[in-house]
Design a protein around this ligand. Structure first.
Ligand SMILES: NC(=O)c1ccc[n+]([C@@H]2O[C@H](COP(=O)([O-])OP(=O)(O)OC[C@H]3O[C@@H](n4cnc5c(N)ncnc54)[C@H](OP(=O)(O)O)[C@@H]3O)[C@@H](O)[C@H]2O)c1
Length: 303
């Protein structure tokens, strides 16, 4: 199979790309940086410029499936300019891919686009949030972005293609991202929970997130899937588990919510959100988690 990936140089995309290649597939990827271009037998880079709406059409030669992850990072202060870049990079890139497929001959049959569990409302002491049983409510900027990105992605179906969405949770990896940020203070005995420490954190091991994307591609699955592990945890226990694995106990009181808001501004809503998302749907479709429990994932990525 030949898979075209956007965002393949990022945390999630680089893992999916590596796993696909190790399983014998060929990866084409789009990047905005000439320096990131490689031209190897099973790993070929192509340039695009989302602002200018230009793309190298050769990127879809022989491609069977497309995974769209690219977007400006949300882990920055949400100034008006940053918010515009975060939203536009996702919507415009989707439109550029739609245009590419409309204007060129291709054999793409299946598209998987990313979203985030930030689309869900905060946990209200109910059951785990499933993909279809709670209508997403946009109560913050991130939810607005997810809703707009999913709506734009649904247009791939208008081209007669099969389409799936993965709502990604908090990704745990040894190569940066959320776990690195959470573990840093713990290493200096300065770890603590945030706010009341009771927020649900629906995490996922990077190996499983990559596994979910590849499972969806291999079985040409359609619809929305939460990219989260089966056992989410609350914030304070998450920090304490990191401390346990690192051998550096977390004993400081939680950082109060108003301090988080002062430090991070509106972006603190990512850290303070409480989302308890269900992994049932992807499991019912036959996906088996390598890291269903937090401790084994932490041992894998913090060693
Ligand atoms: N990591 C998480 O915990 C998490 C959680 C929920 C959702 N997600 C979503 O999943 C996707 C992948 O996440 P990630 O952690 O792998 O992200 P990442 O490490 O920040 O990588 C983002 C990728 O997007 C590309 N990119 C950045 N700005 C762009 C722009 N303006 N135009 C076109 N391409 C651009 C970059 O590619 P080049 O520099 O090569 O062009 C890079 O490969 C993102 O959309 C993210 O919002 C991630």
């Amino acid at each position: 199979m030949v898979v075209l990936i956007t965002g393949a140089t990022g945390l999630v995309g680089s893992k999916i790309s590596e796993d696909l290649r190790s399983q014998g597939h060929t990866v084409h990827y789009l990047t905005t940086r000439q320096s990131a271009i490689k031209n190897e037998e099973k790993n070929k880079g192509f340039l695009w410029d989302v602002k200018e709406m230009t793309i190298d059409p050769k990127c879809i030669d022989g491609v069977d499936a497309l995974i769209h992850l690219a977007g400006e990072t949300v882990f920055q202060r949400w100034t008006d300019d940053a918010k515009k870049r975060i939203l536009d990079s996702r919507i415009d890139s989707t439109q550029l891919l739609l245009k590419l497929l409309q204007e060129n001959e291709h054999q793409v049959k299946h598209v998987v686009t990313a979203s985030a569990i930030g689309i869900y409302p905060d946990y209200q002491n109910g059951k785990a949030l499933k993909e279809n049983d709670i209508p997403p409510t946009a109560t913050n900027f991130l939810a607005d972005v997810c809703i707009a990105w999913e709506k734009e992605g649904a247009k791939f179906q208008d081209l007669g293609l099969k389409h799936a969405v993965v709502r990604i949770g908090i990704v745990l990896s040894a190569k940066g991202g959320a776990l690195d940020q959470m573990a840093k203070p713990v290493k200096f005995y300065a770890g603590a929970g945030f706010g009341n420490g009771k927020m649900w954190q629906s995490w996922v091991a990077i190996d499983d997130l990559s596994g979910i994307f590849i499972h969806i591609i291999k079985h040409t699955l359609e619809g929305i899937y939460n990219g989260v592990a089966p056992h989410p945890v609350r914030n304070r226990p998450m920090m304490e588990a990191i401390g346990k694995v690192l051998g550096k106990p977390v004993f400081l009181p939680n950082v109060p919510e108003f301090v988080m808001k002062l430090m991070l501004g509106e972006m603190s809503s990512i850290v303070l959100a409480s989302q308890h998302a269900s992994s049932e749907k992807i499991m019912e479709k036959g996906y088996h988690f390598e890291f269903p429990e937090l401790e084994s994932a932490l041992k894998q990525y913090l060693k």
